[in-house]
Design a protein around this ligand. Structure first.
Ligand code: NAP
Length: 315
């Protein structure tokens, strides 16, 4: 009898909004296992791996022989706010498809902001012929808050089309070909340079409400903001006040405190806000399945998963 024979034979896939190919492909990779998409169909003691996105509270705690919690996404803030079984490793996805789609989104909106598209669109709506002189991207500095998997790829792509780039992260990054600042003490230096601020931070105790009144009071005058991290990084009222006061010229928002964004939320029809429905990027089995399958195999072999999350750090 092998080690795998002694352990459970069920893989739970709980991510109701995800591509339906996920459980099918996982089943193909593990033909000797039962892949359940409903918690009610699984025998809790038989579940060895749970592949999840925002599972209901208590679900994972009810699985006594769990060896792996694999998140089908990059952010783990909601998962970590759940009660989780102690000692079970949590892995996030590093999906090349997700990275590529996010990079497209940040690049597309950075170019649109650089080329003053919000002003041109406003002028068109008002039938005003407003000539705005185009300038090279080098004159626009895009500042990226969060130089992880996503932020770093965005930085490279923005640099490759000619933007000036600066970055900020928790730990210092060495040997980058753009300036990088680290920690709260260097945040002001970062802000003094960024014409477009991109939020690609995880939501943690340290980053929640980072973009508040104080933060916005010291951005470069007329800077723009792109939030693709999490809604709770930004204090909504402070953002609206900064836009109304002209401290910020425009905000592109893909993530919100409450999703879907409530119909009566002032962001919807604010003239200086662009809303997208948390679709800047997404995960697909075609580019992420190998990693999930690999991590389940590692868990079955008693090995730690790739891209393990540190719950104490929060990401
Ligand atoms: N809108 C969407 O559809 C979408 C899709 C995917 C992800 N996201 C969001 O994007 C976030 C980032 O994803 P990722 O894969 O790039 O994450 P990641 O690889 O874990 O990188 C996170 C980055 O944030 C930095 N950071 C964390 N806490 C910080 C703090 N207190 N001060 C300064 N920097 C801090 C980290 O610094 P160190 O490098 O020093 O650790 C790291 O550079 C996710 O957590 C998720 O919330 C959104």
């Amino acid at each position: 009898m092998t080690a795998a024979d002694k352990q459970g034979r069920t893989i739970l896939f709980h991510s109701p909004g995800s591509d339906k190919a996920w459980p099918v492909e996982i089943q193909k990779a593990f033909p000797a296992f039962k892949v359940c998409t409903q918690f009610a169909d699984a025998e809790p003691g038989d579940v060895v791996a749970a592949v999840v996105w925002n599972p209901p509270p208590g679900m994972l705690e009810a699985l006594p022989n769990l060896r792996l919690i694999q998140v089908v996404g990059a952010g783990v803030d909601k998962l970590l706010s759940n009660h989780l079984p102690e000692g079970v490793p949590i892995a996030r996805l590093v999906d090349p498809g997700l990275v590529a789609r996010m990079t497209e989104y940040v690049l597309m909106h950075s170019l649109a902001l650089h080329r003053q598209m919000p002003d041109l669109q406003r002028a068109q709506r008002e039938r005003r012929w407003t000539y705005l002189h185009p300038t090279p991207p080098k004159r626009t500095c895009v500042g990226i808050l969060g130089l992880g998997v996503l932020g770093m790829n965005c930085a490279r792509s923005l640099s490759s089309v000619g933007f000036t780039v600066v970055g900020w992260s928790k730990s210092r990054k060495e040997e980058l070909d753009f300036p990088c600042y680290a920690g709260p003490a260097e945040l002001d230096q970062f802000k003094q340079q960024a014409d477009i601020i991109v939020l690609l931070l995880p939501l943690t105790e340290e980053t929640e409400n980072l973009v508040d009144e104080n933060f916005l009071a010291t951005v470069k005058k007329g800077a723009a903001l792109i939030n693709v991290g999490r809604g709770k990084l930004v204090v909504d009222n402070a953002l609206i006040e900064a836009l109304d006061a002209g401290l910020l010229r425009h905000a592109i928002l893909d993530v919100f405190r409450t999703e879907p964004l409530p119909v009566d939320h002032p962001f919807w029809d604010h003239p200086k806000i662009t809303v997208t429905p948390h679709n800047s990027s997404s995960t697909h089995p075609a580019t992420a399945l190998n990693q999930v399958v690999g991590n389940i195999r590692r868990a079955l072999a008693g090995e730690p998963p790739q891209n393990q999350v540190d719950p104490a750090r929060g990401y």
